[in-house]
Ligand binder design. Structure first.
Ligand code: NAP
Length: 475
């Protein structure tokens, strides 16, 4: 990719600062783009621009907002190769997966354009109570105003569109702050929205360290909602600071899947490997903990190891690459140290475990004790744990013994067991005959416990990004 220069985008203007930052390909550190670190004054300027655009956005018809998003969808499809290259270069994601992300992001915007039309209130039956006699009432859903969208590094484009699309569909204005390591695709999108008809200031993109400018954005009195996707540590901090602002938090997990004795093993093995190692395990719903029935453990484990060894580790630009680097060398060192800790506590390495710069070889561990971080915390690397159970209820208890609760999965051909597990597992979503690492962009998506609050998916996000206003008429 030719080296890009991407300034911030505020009120329809490209803004540079005297603090240039080089974005590097995580795989080998080669330069990808130059961006500019913003400061608190840029937060203030972006929020001011969004505050001026918010009334304009609010007055636009649903069809005007929907039409802009449909045009953005088309533009994204036309530019999908460039967007995929940007995603792969900034995040180190293998190009095959980056192409999927670029396409998904375009459809997230299309789904958002549809929600502009579907967002409705309701008629309230006032005379259900005597005091309401002679009154008619309805609710309408109104935009909140300015929404701060803060996004993580692992899906830099699609997760940004999950916030920007619904926010604009519902008539809000947005200030987007992408992750410092992966701002490229987000910055590329900024002017595309304006070219497609969005009023200037409707979308502003600011770059800079979250630690430096995050608080100013979250605390700004003119920001009505913070829509955050990222780590629980930062999410909890934002929740603590946001006061009465609306906050949606899409946080991390250590997702688990149960593989019961009557599972379709071909399917379970193939999907566990795909779900554990896609984007080097840097997915919030990556398969991290596998609980397999003791009766089939040995066969399942052998097949998981054989399949894992077939994965191609390499440069993200190669279409043959299945697994590439983590986002930084320190992150890879952390994952390596967690594997070491698990082994010190009694786990066995069935395959993998080595590190080369930022790349960790796909790793399968067995019998990881619960006190190991590789089990009880989010590993966010290409490491899966295989453990066995004797009864389904024991497996369900193990799945639930987690501080997180984003999604879980169960493989079984027994419908009774499947729905028993679905009702007892405490997560935002339960996948039957699928791994937790499954998402289509229109479905409700979000977690419980440390995995966050609120649901994304355009239909659900527009609800969170609007408020109902009650109008009562006395005839
Ligand atoms: P992160 O370190 O929490 O960063 C996320 C975003 O927050 C970045 O833009 C970051 O900016 C910003 N930030 C950092 N400190 C801030 C502060 N004090 N105030 C406001 N913003 C601040 O997360 P990450 O490492 O990029 O992403 C990985 C995490 O995201 C994992 O835990 C993963 O599970 C989670 N995730 C969840 C979902 C979901 O839908 N549930 C999806 C994807 C990822 P800087 O980059 O400048 O620090």
């Amino acid at each position: 990719m030719t080296r890009l220069e991407l300034p911030m985008y505020i009120a329809g203007e490209f803004i540079k600062t005297d603090r240039a930052q080089t974005i590097e390909l995580p795989f080998d550190g080669s330069p990808v783009a130059t961006v500019y670190r913003g400061a608190k004054e840029h937060v203030a300027a972006a929020v001011e621009a969004a505050s001026k655009a918010a009334p304009v956005m609010r007055e636009m018809t649903r069809e005007e907002r929907s039409a802009i998003l449909r045009r953005v969808h088309q533009e994204m499809l036309e530019r999908r190769d460039a967007l995929a290259t940007a995603i792969s270069s900034e995040s180190g994601k293998p190009i095959r997966e980056a192409r999927i992300e670029a396409e998904r992001a375009a459809y997230t915007v299309l789904f958002s354009s549809e929600e502009a039309h579907r967002l409705v209130g309701e008629v309230v039956p006032m005379d259900s109570e005597q005091a309401g006699k002679g009154r008619w009432a309805m609710t309408v859903r109104e935009p909140l105003g300015v929404i701060a969208a803060i996004t993580p590094f692992n899906f830099p484009l699609n997760l940004a569109m999950h916030k920007i699309g619904p926010a604009l569909a519902a008539g809000n204005a947005v200030v987007h702050k992408p992750a410092s390591s992966t701002p490229v695709s987000g910055l590329m999108m900024a002017s595309i929205f304006t070219e497609c008809g969005l009023p200037k200031g409707g979308l502003n993109v600011i770059t800079g360290s979250g630690g430096e400018i995050g608080d100013a954005l979250v605390l700004h009195p003119d920001v009505a909602m913070v829509s955050f996707t990222g780590s629980p540590e930062v999410g909890v901090r934002i929740r603590g600071m946001a006061g009465l602002k609306r906050v949606s938090l899409e946080l991390g997990g250590n997702a688990a899947v149960i593989v019961d004795e009557d599972a379709n093993l071909d399917e379970a093995v193939a999907r566990c490997v795909a779900g554990g190692f896609a984007h080097s395990g840097q997915v919030c719903i990556s398969v991290q903990r596998i609980y397999v029935s003791g009766r089939i453990r040995s066969e399942f484990q052998d097949r998981i190891v054989a399949s894992t060894r077939k994965l191609v580790v390499g440069h993200p630009k190669e279409t043959s690459t299945d697994v590439s680097s983590l986002i930084t060398v320190p992150e890879a060192e952390r994952v390596e140290s967690w594997v070491r800790e698990a082994v010190d506590l009694g786990a066995r390495v069935l395959t993998g475990g080595s590190r080369n710069r930022a790349t960790i070889e796909p790793t399968v561990l067995a019998d990881v004790p619960e006190e190991a971080k590789a089990s009880n915390r989010e590993i966010f690397g290409p490491v899966i744990n295989v453990n066995s159970y004797e009864s389904l209820d024991e497996a369900i208890a193990l799945v639930n013994r987690s501080d997180y609760g984003l999604q879980a999965g169960i493989y079984t051909r027994d419908i009774g067991k499947a729905f028993h597990a679905a009702s007892k597992i405490h997560t935002g979503g339960v996948m039957i005959n699928e791994v937790p690492q499954f998402r289509v962009d229109q479905m409700p998506y979000g977690g419980v416990k440390l995995s966050g609050t609120g649901r994304e998916g355009p239909k659900y996000a527009v609800e969170e990004m609007t408020e109902p206003k009650l109008i009562v008429w006395k005839g």
